[in-house]
Write a protein that binds this ligand. Sequence first.
Ligand code: 1PR
Length: 548
Amino acid sequence: AGDDMEVTLLDYGAGNVQSVLNAIQKLGYTVRFVREPSDITNAKRIVFPGVGAFGACIAALKRLGFFEPLKQYLKDDRPYFGICLGMQTLFEASEETPGVEGLAALPGIVKRFPVPNINWSGVGPMLADPWPLSDPAPRCYFVHSYRVPMPESGFAPWALACSEYGERFVCAVRRGNCVATQFHPEKSGSAGLEVLGRWLKGGGPTGAAAVAPAPSLTVLPPARRIIACLDVRSNDSGDLVVTKGDCYDCRETKEATEGEIRNLGKPVALAERYYQEGADEVTFLNITAFRDLVLADQPMLEVLRSAAERIFVPLTVGGGIRSYVDESGRKNCALEVADAYFRAGADKVSIGSDAVEAAREYYASGKKLTGETAIEMISTKYGRQAVVVSFDPRRVYVADPVSCGHNCVEVGGEGGTPLGPNGERFAWYCCTLKGGREDSDLDVVQLAQAVEALGAGEVLLNCIDRDGQGSGYELELVRQVKAACTLPVIASSGAGCPEHFSIALAPAAEGGGGADAALAAGIFHRSEVPLGVVKAYLKNAGKIPVRF
Ligand code: 1PR
């Protein structure tokens, strides 16, 4: 095949192109990077996964001498696939960086969204022949703060597909051999791989079908996510295994320090199974990383690397993301730890213990932002959406919600969390560190508000009391955190059957948790309730939109 199977990847050094590289290789192609301007001129096909800000991207293209060759390449209608910012740069300009000219292959100006769109959203083809889309109404993965507005007349020959987030916007474009998507095909599961694969093969429509409007337009609403979580640690013989605790105790016996570590399988193989079964996201938590030195933890980085070669939905990794001093006395910054995880293929990192410490300092200093916490540094560099905070709360029953000095919930409602051992009707949720080994004086409302101010993008809300119990999610807790901040909340701990997911994801006003996503571990690992069964249940019930 030789050159026929070669793809030229345009990376100007701004971000993580590893997932795009993995997707192209998965489709059977080889990748060559643009090193100098002539690589653009000589390319057979170019993929441009833009990351970062519009202005910085154009400036980098100009500095490297890539801007003019790329403009010419597009003028000559040679095969181009742009992703995210790689689509936006095709337009004349962007509100993100006023006064900077884009590649101007397409008319119009990119506009800001009031709130960033991070969703598995519906994609509706606007043209009669929606090549390279094959599914007439797929859901794809979006992460963006700017969008291409709909053409004024509602139709333009280059506007291939649209999506919705508060309003309709153009989410894919096509003009001749140039195709670009606002969504991430490399993170959109099989639908995304198919888009990329069809474009790589070439052979788009010509003639009238290429520019005729679609007879009808369907855009599915954003899907709620079902997430599989793998708690990973080394077992007593030093191998990385997926384990699972009961209330965070992962030993086979109830004695915390005795007995074998429960071994539920190999991390990459299990994660790949969940991807095949339809997981919208996969999370790896290195649960003993608080005592290990993450940068030295090559096995975990290797797990991530090989997972990213096989799994084409967002990957989150947590455990040990903090600044620390290693054995040689060298200070390692939390940002370096995160960098290593992102380079290995993570899309998001999840911070546990360090977030509690940062929140304590935030309150102690009278709510000052120093810019030096892990949350702040990582969200400044990679964006808020890349920073998840993992909460490990424990229920603390109280008789009197006023004198306890914490934000309480009422328990003992029908089907809800039971009353306390002495009939207590209230509880607050104490945020712990080191996976429940140490308590803090913060409740979940305080932690949620602090991490939101520090720049976190999402909450992974565990509950030690529910972990591994299969009795359902702690809905009082989910509702309390949802009400305390504007961050998306992932309900976690306690899933035992498909109904539990549907209750956690249902609106709070209807007695649900109002969560944005629901995560489970044990029932998936033990194949008690396969992930696909949960998806099918939600789809058939018809109330919660899910990607299928
Ligand atoms: O503090 O930044 O090093 O991060 C450590 C990470 O490891 C945290 O995200 C913390 O939640 C996690 N962790 C620490 N110890 C344990 C443990 O189990 N002993 N696991 C642990 C947390 C809980 C969930 C679990 C859900 C769903 N695991 O991840 O997957 O409870 O389980 P279920 O569906 O079976 O009920 P840092």
